[in-house]
Design a protein around this ligand. Structure first.
Ligand code: NAG
Ligand code: NAG
Ligand code: NAG
Ligand code: NAG
Ligand code: NAG
Ligand code: NAG
Ligand code: NAG
Ligand code: NAG
Ligand code: NAG
Length: 604
């Protein structure tokens, strides 16, 4: 019976499955690539072109779609005696009526083209089967001809376990399909091999005109050859006129093994985080940041953690979120708070960080008692550390991260009072546009945002440099930018710093609580801070230049000019009421999408 051999590609599953059809048949006129499996019966009689048989066949096929049983099965006959033609169509049980109609019409064209004179023919596409004959074919179980299609990729180990799982899966699916009733005999399902992290998906289907027992018999015959043809193949499809079955393996870690391993290491389960944080108790609350509430926790292994419970307002899907977590977790630097992992369960979206014991910088520099304990050397160390962390984000990490929300409360201090930048990568994790230098959604904190970012949504590494400059001036003065007091006047820090610098009274800027420290060094830092807040983006140094200026005292610093938003005492207000400010516990979000003409406002 063996005379020709067909090797064709057929795509069953867009994921990993490329089925190779491999059949042996007598006198078969086999299909074109568009019609992967067709069989023309040369021994059952030919019709001549223009004959009544052909006319009947053509009109039968063009009206077959009207002969539906409502469940993807089509059965009809046309003509009398020797010119009578019968046809049966069957669609895969889980596709739509539209997909079924389209498949059958492609099958009708393909089959008559492939088998131009044969009275009997049968063909299979991925989603349907079509056959016709001059004899009665309804209600008869037939297993010839049969095709086996299989993926040439074989399972590498554990074949016995796989075969066992496949047999169990098919026994279940076969029985289920057979019991399906006189309209529909179809079943699909899956089995998992947990030890190998593999899911096996399977389908079994019979034409519904078969009895329950005939269906089982047909499926057994169809699967019977698989041991010899496709032992160990990761995807198989076996078809006969009366039934078909297929299975394919899905390897959970086939395409991205490395990422999966990393992800696994980064994944925390919700139960352990609940335990660690005392079920997110009020007592464990450390504070609220821009993207959610932060809780302190202790894992069973005694490791202290900080858990950020994210608000679910991100449009980002779980997979993208996991990808971004994987990337952000790779950012490791001693001046960055380390991301340990995440938890995605139910409605919870959590980020787990290392716990940094000495709270955030704002708790120190804006507190008159604590500030007194922060001498110049500590402050200088903090400035340098923040600079190094930012430099890493901007230039040294594989991802080029713009922080976008640098401020004192996003700098945490470890046991040695070394600074660690928090909340970096949030733009990635929240799917804010990273690639474009423009955004319609400004996320940042008022007082630290560079003007081009606050006003027009343009951001760049230089907007972080601007925020860094504000921070440096805050650390030196011990004053918040927004409520700067000198004498009885409330003035904004940058204007005051610039005025003092310009009038050679910059020493007035130095925090009176600073009892020691090198004045020239402090002056250099004021100079540097003012350079960072220049209106002209090009005049602001890069973080690399900042570090160089901080570490090599012999280097002459450029002379700063008037910083952005120099306010000569006056306070400008905006009458644009469409401006959408959403002040959310310390973080101000300015939604520029709601307003095309944004004026920058001063808060009192
Ligand atoms: C179908 O056609 C073949 C060849 O023409 C003929 O031998 C056979 O008897 C026909 N079958 C029926 C049921 O008419
Ligand atoms: C039918 O036609 C094919 C060629 O199209 C030929 O090979 C075959 O022998 C013919 N069958 C009969 C029964 O005449
Ligand atoms: C299928 O077609 C045959 C032949 O026309 C007919 O005898 C039978 O009743 C049809 N069955 C159904 C369910 O339409
Ligand atoms: C496997 O089948 C079960 C039903 O038997 C279904 O609930 C589950 O979603 C399926 N799993 C996959 C991964 O498709
Ligand atoms: C499949 O291959 C395995 C290992 O080579 C062998 O033990 C098993 O008998 C084969 N199964 C069939 C049905 O041939
Ligand atoms: C299986 O893969 C999933 C995700 O691809 C992973 O989370 C899980 O830990 C893996 N399990 C095993 C046993 O490898
Ligand atoms: C934790 O809190 C949630 C509600 O916030 C509650 O539904 C749940 O039962 C609590 N779990 C435990 C273990 O206390
Ligand atoms: C910082 O934290 C360490 C360890 O918790 C503690 O010993 C130290 O007193 C803290 N320093 C300040 C200035 O609070
Ligand atoms: C400091 O705050 C004032 C408002 O008080 C603001 O106009 C100014 O832009 C802020 N400075 C910086 C550098 O953000």
């Amino acid at each position: 019976m063996v005379s020709s051999r067909l090797t064709r590609l057929l795509f069953l599953c867009t994921h990993i499955l490329v089925l190779i059809i491999n059949v042996n048949f007598t006198e078969a006129q086999l299909g074109t690539p568009e019609f992967p499996a067709a069989y023309c019966f040369d021994d059952k009689g030919n019709y001549t072109t223009g004959s009544t048989y052909q006319t009947n066949l053509d009109s039968l096929l063009s009206t077959l779609f009207d002969a539906s049983n409502g469940h993807g099965f089509y059965n009809s006959s046309l003509g009398e005696n020797k010119d009578r033609v019968s046809a049966i169509g069957l669609c895969r049980g889980d596709i739509t009526k539209e997909a079924c109609g389209s498949c059958l019409s492609r099958a009708a064209n393909g089959l008559t083209n492939n088998c131009p004179n044969q009275k009997e023919a049968i063909g299979w596409l991925a989603d349907c089967m079509l056959r016709y004959s001059n004899r009665s074919i309804y209600g008869i179980m037939e297993t010839n001809p049969g095709f086996d299609a299989f993926n040439t990729k074989l399972v590498s180990t554990g074949l016995d376990a796989f075969n066992q799982a496949v047999v169990i899966l098919f026994n279940g699916l076969g029985a289920k399909a057979a019991r399906g009733g006189h309209l529909w005999k179809f079943a699909s399902g899956n089995a998992t091999i947990p030890s190998a992290n593999i899911t096996i998906y399977g389908l079994a289907q019979c034409t519904p005109d078969l009895s329950e027992q005939s269906c089982i018999d047909c499926l057994e015959t169809a699967s019977g050859g698989l041991g010899s043809c496709c032992n160990g193949s990761i995807g198989v499809r076996a078809v006969t006129p009366s039934c078909s079955l297929s299975f394919w393996f899905h390897f959970a870690s086939l395409s991205c093994k490395e990422a999966d391993e990393i992800l696994e290491a980064l994944q925390f389960d919700l139960a352990s985080i609940r335990t660690a944080t005392n079920n997110f108790s009020e007592a464990n609350k450390l504070g609220r940041g821009g993207f959610g509430t932060v809780y302190r926790g202790r894992l069973l292994n005694q490791e202290d953690i900080a858990v950020k419970r994210l608000s679910r307002d991100s449009a980002q899907g779980d997979i993208e979120f996991k990808n971004e977590v994987t990337l952000v977790a790779k950012l490791q630097h001693r001046n960055l708070v380390r991301l340990l992992g995440f938890c995605l369960e139910g409605n919870e979206r959590l980020l787990i960080y290392e716990f940094v014991p000495n709270a955030s910088l704002d708790h120190f520099i804006f507190d008159p008692i604590r500030r007194a304990h922060l001498d110049w050397d500590s402050r200088y160390k903090i400035i340098l550390g923040i600079g190094r962390g930012l430099l890493y984000l901007h230039e040294d990490s594989r991802l080029r991260i713009i922080h976008r929300d640098m401020k004192a409360s996003n700098v945490l201090l470890d046991a040695e009072m070394q600074p660690k930048i928090a909340d970096f990568g949030m733009a990635r994790l929240f799917d804010l546009d990273q690639t474009q230098g423009d955004t319609s959604r400004v996320v940042g904190t008022y007082g630290y945002m560079a003007p081009e970012y606050a006003m027009r949504g343009h951001f760049s590494v230089k907007s972080d440099v601007y925020s860094f400059g504000v921070l440096v001036l805050e650390i030196i003065t011990g004053q918040k930018n927004t409520s700067f007091r000198h004498g009885g006047n409330v003035e904004d820090l940058l204007s005051y710093a610039w005025k003092s610098w310009n009038e050679d009274t910059a020493s007035n800027l130095i925090d009176p609580l600073l009892k020691s420290g090198s004045i020239p060094e402090i002056m250099r830092c004021i100079n540097l801070g003012l350079l960072c807040v220049q209106q002209n983006i090009a005049d602001r140094p890069t973080m690399a230049a900042v570090i160089l200026m901080l570490t090599s005292n012999s280097l002459d610093l450029p002379v700063p000019s008037q910083p952005a938003f120099f306010m000569d005492g006056g306070i400008e207000s905006s009458s644009d009421t469409s401006l959408a400010w959403d002040v959310n516990s310390g973080v101000t979000r300015l939604d520029l999408s709601k307003s095309n003409s944004v004026k920058y406002m001063l808060h009192g």
